[in-house]
Structures are given as structure tokens and as C-alpha cells.
Ligand binder design. Structure first.
Ligand code: SAM
Length: 321
């Protein structure tokens, strides 16, 4: 099952995932893709929806890749996977609205907006403690922490301990749908996951005709957990590598945010002038009056995305405010 735009969402529910913007972005992807190459895969909502003969996927976050590899294996036996999930949910007395809503009415009335967090807090904290102490240190336990954890994020402290509080969500019908879709899609796809810095990942590839690289790196001027890993220097190295790919006639498309709350990514804007630029999402009203709501997300391609697009910046007909 997909959303109304027929897009599958990754069961990692990744912060900043491209699932909502996928229809807008993918309309500019090449029609024929042999190998789909994604150095910043994150939750994977893009590769899940792209049609290609092969997928080379990468992320520097070893936990994210651990979960992808784990879920790919679970696709061989989803029934066993769901059985194991339910055993853990029961062991830690967590709510499980995908089967039945067990949160008592008094709690719902008292904590109208946060009753899942109230109900699951104790069990979640025990699960977190057991995971961090090594008692139950499996990828399935980590995935359940992700599903019940704050904003469905993954965050670890310097000792490598998972350190987010309980979230106000549980294993619900959307989780079930996203997992079933993932299992169905990944079984049909020829995928390889890598856990490398993007340059080492690129180094490992012999680029060929009909390769297509989609890049969704951290954005230099916005805020996110994974943006901590990113700076002007890493971005410069990435942009230089893309110039090299362009010279080799390899097609790429890269997402980025050029304007955000008064900040401008000048380095990226300057670099992008040599390519095709498509506006994906922006807030023009505040963009013009310079208020701090200013936001502009673009897709830059090194190939002509369609006949009507020239090398000048192209504004999408739809705008967001
Ligand atoms: C904007 S997110 C990608 C989100 C993805 N498009 C999705 O739909 O879920 C950027 C990703 O880049 C990864 N990343 C950050 N620095 C990296 C590096 N040097 N090499 C490879 N991946 C990196 C982060 O771990 C993060 O998952």
C-alpha cells in the first residue's frame, strides 16, 4: 500500500526523508536507469521507489546500514519477523495499535496528546537499558527502539549507547504497511548496501553508461542530527567529484537547500550555475520580503531533465507557502 501519490515510505521513517517530495523529484530522473547509485541513502525512501536493474546504496551511518541489511534478510521470512517483533512487544509490555489498541481510556483522557508515551515509557526504558547493557543487543531490538523512540530517530552517545527518550508513537498500521512494502520491494531488487564515506564509496565503483547517481547529502545550512557530519570542506569535495562525473558523462541529480532562514549556501549556488536547476520546494512570499521563513530546496541535474528545461533556473509551477 502506498500513499495517495503512489509512493512507498521506508520503515525507517527517516528524518528528512524524501518520501513526500519523491513525485516532484523523480519526474526529472532519467527514463532509463541501469544502476541506481545512492551515496546518501538514509532511510531509503528514494531507492525503494526507483525502477532500475541494480542498486548500489551507501550511508556513513553504520546503524542505518545495519537496519537495512537486517530488514533485507527478514524479507525472506516476514511471518517469522513479525512473530519475533510481537514477542518483544509483549515482553516489554508495549502498546501495539497495529493489532489492537490497549492503552486504557483513563490514560487517553488524561494525556490526550501523549498517552502512547505515558503508556510505553516504562517498557521502553527497560528495553533501552537491556539493549545498551548488551543483554538484548540485536538489530531487531534496535529497530523496535527506533519505532517507539522519540521522533523515530537514531541517536547514540559517545559510549555508543542509544540515548533517545520514548516517543509518542507505537508499532501502528503505518509501520506494518511500510515493513510489508519494504519486504516486497527489496526482494525484487538487486541491492548492495555499503557503509562508507561517500568518496570511498565512489572509489569502489567502476562507472558505466546508464548509471544514475541521486545524491541527497546533509544540507550545510539546515539543522539535523546528520548535518553534524557535514561542513564546507566535505561539501567542496563532493561538488568537485560531481564535476569529475560530469566530465565522464555520468548522469547525476543532487538535492540541496540553497536558502534557509536568512542563510544562503553560496558555494553550492555558484557550483550549480553550470548545470540545470529545478525548484522543488520554496516559500516565495517570505523569500522576497527576506523574512526568516525563507526556504528554497532545489534539484540540480547535469543532464537536461526534459525538453522544456534550459540551463537557467527553472521554477516549479507549484509553490509552497
Ligand atoms: C538527507 S539524509 C538522506 C535522506 C534520504 N534521502 C531519505 O530519503 O531517507 C543524508 C544522509 O547522509 C548521510 N551522510 C552524512 N555524511 C556522509 C558521508 N560523509 N558519506 C556518506 N553518507 C553520509 C547521513 O548519515 C544521512 O543518512
Amino acid at each position: 500500500m502506498t500513499n495517495k501519490n503512489n509512493v512507498f515510505r521506508s520503515p525507517l521513517f527517516y528524518v528528512g526523508d524524501k518520501y513526500k517530495l519523491y513525485p516532484k523529484i523523480s519526474q526529472y530522473f532519467p527514463k532509463k536507469i541501469n544502476r541506481f547509485i545512492e551515496p546518501f541513502t538514509g532511510g531509503g525512501s528514494v531507492f525503494l521507489n526507483v525502477s532500475a536493474n541494480e542498486y548500489l546504496l551507501n550511508d556513513i551511518d553504520s546503524k542505518v546500514i545495519e537496519i537495512h541489511n537486517f530488514l533485507e534478510k527478514q524479507a525472506e521470512n516476514p511471518d517469522l519477523f513479525f512473530k519475533n517483533v510481537f514477542e518483544i512487544i509483549q515482553e516489554y509490555k508495549l502498546s501495539h495499535s497495529y493489532i489492537k489498541d490497549i492503552v486504557p481510556q483513563e490514560l487517553r483522557d488524561k494525556w490526550k496528546k501523549t498517552y502512547y508515551a505515558k503508556f510505553n515509557k516504562e517498557g521502553f526504558n527497560k528495553l533501552k537499558k537491556d539493549y545498551n547493557s548488551g543483554k538484548t543487543n540485536t538489530t531487531l531490538h534496535l529497530y523496535i527502539l527506533l519505532i517507539y523512540g522519540f521522533n523515530r530517530m537514531l541517536r547514540f552517545n559517545s559510549k555508543g549507547e542509544y540515548n533517545l527518550p520514548v516517543g509518542n508513537v507505537d508499532f501502528n498500521k503505518n509501520t506494518l504497511t511500510a515493513l510489508n512494502n519494504y519486504f516486497y520491494l527489496i526482494k525484487k531488487k538487486k541491492t548492495t548496501f555499503h557503509n562508507l564515506d561517500f568518496l570511498d564509496f565512489f572509489d569502489s565503483i567502476n562507472f558505466q553508461k546508464d548509471d544514475f547517481i541521486y545524491l541527497d547529502p546533509p544540507y550545510l545550512i539546515t539543522f539535523s542530527e546528520y548535518n553534524k557530519l557535514w561542513n564546507q570542506e566535505t561539501e567542496k569535495r563532493l561538488l568537485e567529484f560531481l564535476v569529475y562525473l560530469d566530465v565522464q558523462n555520468i548522469n547525476f541529480a543532487i538535492s540541496n537547500v540553497t536558502h534557509y532562514k536568512g542563510k544562503i549556501n553560496e558555494q553550492f549556488l555558484k557550483w550549480s550555475k553550470n548545470y540545470y536547476s529545478l525548484d522543488i520546494k520554496s516559500n516565495y512570499i517570505s523569500y522576497h520580503d527576506n523574512s526568516n521563513k525563507e526556504f528554497r530546496e532545489v534539484l540540480i541535474t547535469n543532464y537536461q531533465p526534459n525538453k522544456s528545461v534550459s540551463k537557467k533556473t527553472v521554477r516549479a509551477t507549484e509553490t509552497y507557502t
